[in-house]
Each structure stands twice: as structure tokens, then as C-alpha cells.
Design a protein around this ligand. Structure first.
Ligand code: DOR
Ligand code: ZN
Ligand code: ZN
Length: 450
């Protein structure tokens, strides 16, 4: 089966272009201004002037021989999104999410590749768990799944895990996400070993002694709400440490979910002096402030916590000037019972993979902070580059991981409608633009809107 995406606006590395895209044998076969079909034969025009419409053999059908034609008029065609920070929860926490439900949520969100964090049960700290995740992902048959191995055994921060064996089994990076490796000597060793295997450490930055069991950003709202705060310094100290280690070793490092204005500044100055540091942030850090915690809604509890207006502004500026390379979700689904407890005891995390594109488009592109091309770099090309994954751009000959989205389509977020098992979103009631219509992975249709 071949698929022709007709009359859409493609977001290409060179800019937005009206064109037709032909998908054949799982790959992007053609990207040209007009593709003509006559009796099943296809030819592409490189100039848009001679517009010839696809002729359907039967006028009421959108299929010519083995070609499925999808009218994309008014829609955008994007490289499939690549989310390098996702919690799929399997093995062990299938009540929160499993690989099948997480991947279904991903393709609904326009995401065609995910990297999943190792804080499962058992922790993904060995080749067997890496292989298990890959097998389960193949069985699910939805999006591409790349496991991230733990830096230390059991994410205990004490002994390095089987880095080489995990790499051989298919791990694409290392992380003890959920916490920092507090022992700097261990972290240094980890970075050295990781680079020997051409892997990067993805650093969750939080000094545990400073965070000290806090729930929200330390500041006025925490005091008013009577909730224990986590200072920015808890995050910044570890960002600075991990950059210092990477710099001294001359190895690359990636900073996870940046939430502080000061963290953005540390990364900016490191990049300026040539340190091989990359960084990511998430929609909640460029949209929300800690004003929302005063309602005690535990769906707002996330680690690191949402901060203040000056942080939101610095993060947007960091995205614009390239200090922050990627937008990821830190998709952290939780069961309702993990959230329906008092704020201090509630689980941290936001179920975000179904709303990331629409939230980012609405708050960054519609507001004029980023162009759509820049957004796609943050959500597809750069994540691929950071981890050396294939994909991230619409290009002839590449695997057809493609998302068709209607950015004029408006809807109100309702977590109850998520296909993810995690309904925990602080964005309920937010009006956003960007309805994903179709998601293709290797040319196969994996999601179609109702
Ligand atoms: O909010 C968070 N949730 N932050 C993390 O670092 C871990 C994640 C989780 O696993 O739930
Ligand atoms: Zn984290
Ligand atoms: Zn995470």
C-alpha cells in the first residue's frame, strides 16, 4: 500500500512548503509541489504551476489502485515527534501505564519515537530488562521505543549498572531519572564509562539534601499554601556539577527537564565556552507557574516543581536562543490512588504525551515566541540529534514517520479522555490548538482521529 498526502503544508528543514508527500514501502518516496496520478502511475512535478489533481478511478473513492490518498488541505505535515523523556512504567507499574497504553497515547499525541526511563520495577539496569521492553514494544506495534538504561544498579546511586551489556541490547542512553546520582565520584565514573560506549547520561538534577522531601517551588506560594518548598538551588547545583564533570572529562552530557531561570543561565554560559551540553524542558515549565499549587490539586505536583513567571520567561528565551535544545514531556502517568492523597504524599508527575504538541503550539507558536519550524526542531530534529536516533526531519528516502495535524483545530483538554492510563494533567480546561489527525510510523497508519 502506498499513501499520498495531498495538498498539505509540510514543515521541512528549509521552511514550511505546500506539497504532496508520497509514502512507499515504509519510506518517504517523494516530497514535491504536486504529484499526479494517472491510472495508478505516479509522477511528480517539481514546479507547482501545472496543477493536476489526483484522479480517482472511482470518483467517490479516495483510493486509486493501491494508493491511499489523504486530503491534507489546511493541515500541516510534520516529521513524527520524538520524545526522549517518557515513563512507560512497564515492567512493574502497569497500573499506572504499560507499553501498549503508553505507545497508544504517544501516537495519539503525534509522537512516533519515545525513549523510556528506567525507573520501573525491576529497574531497567541490565540487558534482560532492555530486551524485555523492546520485545513488548514490538508486540504493541505502535511507535518506536528506545529504552534508557539506569546509570546505577537499582537507581540506588551506589554501583554502576551493566552499561556495555545494556548498550548491546539496545539502550540508547543512561539515566537514574527520578533522582540525581548524589555521589559525584560515581557520577564521574558513569560519564566516563558511558562515553566509552558512546552513550550520554541524561541527568535529573536535584540535590536530595536540599530538596529534603519538599513538594513545590520554594517561595511565596509555598508559604501561603503551607507546603514545603524545593529551592532552585537544589536543581542548579546539580546542573552545575554535572556540567563541571562533563567539562573536565570532555564528554557530552544532557540536562533533563530544566525548570529554573538560573539553570538556563548555567547551561547558556557552559555552551558559550564550548562544553558539550544539551538540555530539555517540558510544556509545564514554560506554561505554568506555582500560582496553581494554592488550589492543592495534586495533578500540579511534579518534580522538579513548576516555578515562577521569571522562570517561565527565561525558559522560553532559552528555547528561542538554543540554550534549551529539546521539548520533551516527562510523561509521568500515575494511578488516581497515587494522586488522591494529601499534597505532600502525592506522587510527582504529569501525564503529558497527548497534549504536548497542542500546548507547545498554542503557547509558543501562536504567541509568536517560536516559529513552527523552530518548534519542530525542538520536538523532533534536535531530540534525534541529541541521542543519535534516526529521523527528525521529512526527507526523501527516510522512514515515513509522519504526523498530520490541524493547527486550526481547537479543543479543551480533558484528562478523562486520555488513552494513557494516567489521567493526571494540570491542564484540564485549557483551550488549545492542534488536533492530530493521522500518525504514521514506517509508513503504517498507527493513529487516526475519530
Ligand atoms: O515528576 C516526576 N515524575 N519527576 C521525575 O523525575 C520522575 C517522574 C516519575 O517517574 O513519576
Ligand atoms: Zn526527572
Ligand atoms: Zn522523568
Amino acid at each position: 500500500m502506498r499513501t499520498l498526502l495531498k495538498n498539505g503544508t509540510a514543515v521541512l528543514p528549509s521552511g514550511e512548503k505546500k506539497c504532496d508527500i508520497l509514502i512507499e514501502d515504509g519510506r518517504i518516496a517523494r516530497i514535491v509541489p504536486q504529484i499526479q496520478i494517472t491510472g495508478g502511475a505516479i509522477s511528480g512535478e517539481t514546479h507547482g504551476a501545472n496543477h493536476v489533481k489526483a484522479q480517482a478511478a472511482d470518483k467517490n473513492s479516495n483510493q486509486v489502485n493501491d494508493i491511499q490518498i489523504i486530503d491534507c488541505t489546511g493541515k500541516h505535515i510534520l516529521p513524527g515527534l520524538i520524545d526522549i523523556h517518557v515513563h512507560l512504567r512497564e515492567p512493574g507499574f502497569e497500573g499506572k501505564e504499560d507499553i501498549q497504553s503508553g505507545c497508544a497515547a504517544a501516537v495519539k499525541g503525534g509522537v512516533t519515537q519515545v525513549c523510556c526511563m528506567p525507573n520501573t520495577d525491576p529497574v531497567c539496569d541490565n540487558a534482560v530488562v532492555v530486551t524485555y521492553i523492546k520485545t513488548r514494544a514490538e508486540q504493541a506495534g505502535l511507535c518506536k521505543v528506545h529504552p534508557i538504561g539506569a546509570i546505577t544498579k537499582g537507581e540506588k546511586g551506589e554501583t554502576l549498572s551493566d552499561i556495555g551489556k545494556m548498550k548491546s541490547a539496545g539502550a540508547v542512553a543512561l539515566s537514574d531519572d527520578g533522582k540525581s546520582v548524589m555521589d559525584s565520584r560515581i557520577m564521574r565514573l558513569a560519564m566516563e564509562y558511558a562515553s566509552d560506549f558512546s552513550l550520554k547520561c541524561l541527568c535529573h538534577c536535584e540535590d536530595a539534601s536540599l530538596a529534603d522531601g519538599g513538594s513545590v517551588n520554594e517561595g511565596y506560594n509555598a508559604t501561603v499554601a503551607g507546603l514545603k518548598g524545593i529551592p532552585r538551588a537544589a536543581e542548579d547545583i546539580m546542573i552545575a556539577r554535572d556540567i563541571a564533570l562533563a567539562e573536565s572529562l570532555g564528554v557530552p552530557v544532557h540536562i533533563c527537564h530544566v525548570s529554573t531561570y538560573s539553570g538556563v543561565e548555567i547551561i547558556r554560559s557552559a555552551k558559550a565556552r564550548g562544553v558539550k551540553v544539551t538540555a530539555e524542558t517540558c510544556p509545564h515549565y514554560f506554561i505554568l507557574t506555582d500560582d496553581i499549587i494554592t488550589g492543592y490539586d495534586t495533578f500540579t505536583k511534579v518534580n522538579p516543581p513548576v516555578r515562577e513567571q521569571k522562570d517561565v520567561e527565561a525558559i522560553i528565551k532559552g528555547l528561542k536562543d538554543g540554550t534549551l535544545d529539546c521539548i520533551v514531556t516527562d510523561h509521568a502517568p500515575h494511578a488516581l490512588k497515587d494522586k488522591q492523597v494529601e499534597y505532600a504524599l502525592a506522587a510527582c508527575g504529569i501525564s503529558g504525551i497527548e497534549t504536548s504538541l497542542a500546548l507547545s503550539y498554542t503557547y509558543l507558536v501562536k504567541t509568536g515566541k517560536l516559529t513552527l519550524c523552530e518548534l519542530m526542531q525542538k520536538m523532533s530534529a534536535n531530540p534525534a540529534a541529541v541521542l543519535g536516533l534516526r529521523g527528525g526531519e521529512l526527507k526523501e528516502g527516510e522512514p515515513a514517520d509522519v504526523t498530520v495535524v490541524d493547527f486550526s483545530g481547537k479543543y479543551v483538554i480533558d484528562g478523562e479522555k486520555f488513552v494513557s492510563k494516567g489521567k493526571n494533567t494540570p491542564f484540564n480546561g485549557f483551550e488549545v490548538y492542534g488536533v492530530v489527525n493521522y500518525t504514521f510510523v514506517d509508513g503504517d497508519l498507527k493513529y487516526k482521529a475519530d
